[in-house]
Ligand binder design. Structure first.
Ligand code: CP
Length: 326
């Protein structure tokens, strides 16, 4: 029995705080629900969460996650409201706890939270008793991103969506760049080995410290990007998170020379590997445009899969009784 549930009490509320909250059986059900919801005609799909209220609470900027959660809620018929730190009483010092209680008093039945504080989604779930979907918390986790990345890999590589501990056996996923500050790297490095994948983290020591080995047993570090690429079935590139560097100086020219995924490097070292990036990309830094837009790229597919995965997560949060497997 595969078990990796760190928050079993919150799991039953429909919250998603960490990839470790969901069993492989549960993710299999979510993937099936995502397929069903994606294929369902608009006229019936829009009835599923008709009139339900979803609050998006964003303390950090976002394009993909915020928009796809909002569109996913609307495609299911829910009413959405956005609270951003830039234009709300958060600017006046209102706490996360009080903001959550305020949203609940206004009728919110589910809160999607992006926060710069690791652990904030769990605090909000405990404060409000509502299902909370973690849309990225500090340097901790971005679990819906890992789920959409998984759906992208399974579909693009023609693998079964009935998951087990061997679904990704024999596959190597290289995660390259600013691993230190990346919640996407962490969520993927937690999830993919549970499916049998080999995960190699790659980057200079200041962005990919040896402490990253503690994320999950079996995760490896390779400093030489070309050596890592030669082993890759999929390569996930990460943006350098300048907003979190806190004085850390990076020699950009040297970084590009050693770690940029260029089309030339990709063709030479990994001509068949799937190219992924959670976005936002900084073209010309961690990836060049020819690699980002080339035939091996799944970057736009990742965005599209975000919509289906987030519909499934919202459905699970707001109608848990309907999917007994969830
Ligand atoms: N991948 C991701 O989280 O992108 P956004 O910051 O645009 O939401």
């Amino acid at each position: 029995m595969e078990a990796a549930e760190s928050n079993p009490d919150l799991r039953h509320t429909g919250s998603l705080l960490s990839t470790n909250d969901v069993s492989l059986e549960h993710i299999t059900s979510l993937l099936a629900l995502a397929n069903d919801l994606e294929a369902e005609p608009h006229a019936t799909r829009v009835q599923r969460l008709a009139g339900r209220i979803v609050a998006l609470l964003f303390y950090e900027s976002s394009t993909r996650t915020r928009t796809s959660f909002e569109l996913a809620a609307k495609l299911l018929g829910a009413i959405t409201t956005l609270v951003s730190d830039k234009s709300s009483s958060i600017e006046k010092g209102e706490s996360l706890h009080d903001t959550g209680l305020t949203l609940r008093a206004l009728g919110a039945e589910c809160i999607i939270l992006r926060s710069n504080y690791s652990g904030a989604p769990e605090l909000l779930a405990r404060s409000t008793g509502l299902p909370v979907l973690n849309a990225g918390d500090g340097m901790h986790e971005h679990p819906s991103q890992a789920l959409l990345d998984l759906r992208t890999m399974l579909l693009r590589l023609g693998l079964p969506q009935q998951l087990s501990s061997t679904t990704l056996r024999g596959l190597t996923v290289v995660i390259t760049g600013d691993v230190r500050h990346s919640r996407v790297a962490r969520s993927n490095a937690l999830l993919l080995p549970r499916l049998g994948a080999r995960v190699i983290l790659c980057g200079p020591p200041e962005l990919c410290p040896v402490e990253a080995l503690a994320i999950a047993p079996g995760v490896e570090i390779e400093r030489n990007f070309e050596h890592a690429l030669q082993q890759a079935d999929a390569v996930m590139m990460l943006r350098i998170q300048r907003e979190r560097l806190a004085g850390l100086a990076i020699d950009t020219a040297d970084y590009i020379l050693r770690y940029q995924l260029s089309a030339e490097r990709l063709q030479r070292c990994a001509p068949k590997a799937l190219v992924m990036h959670p976005g936002p990309m900084v073209r010309g830094l961690e990836i060049d445009s020819a690699a980002a837009d080339g035939p091996q790229s799944a970057i736009e597919e990742q965005v599209r899969h975000g919509l289906a995965i987030r519909m499934a997560l919202l459905h699970r949060a707001l109608r848990p009784a309907i999917e007994p497997g969830l």
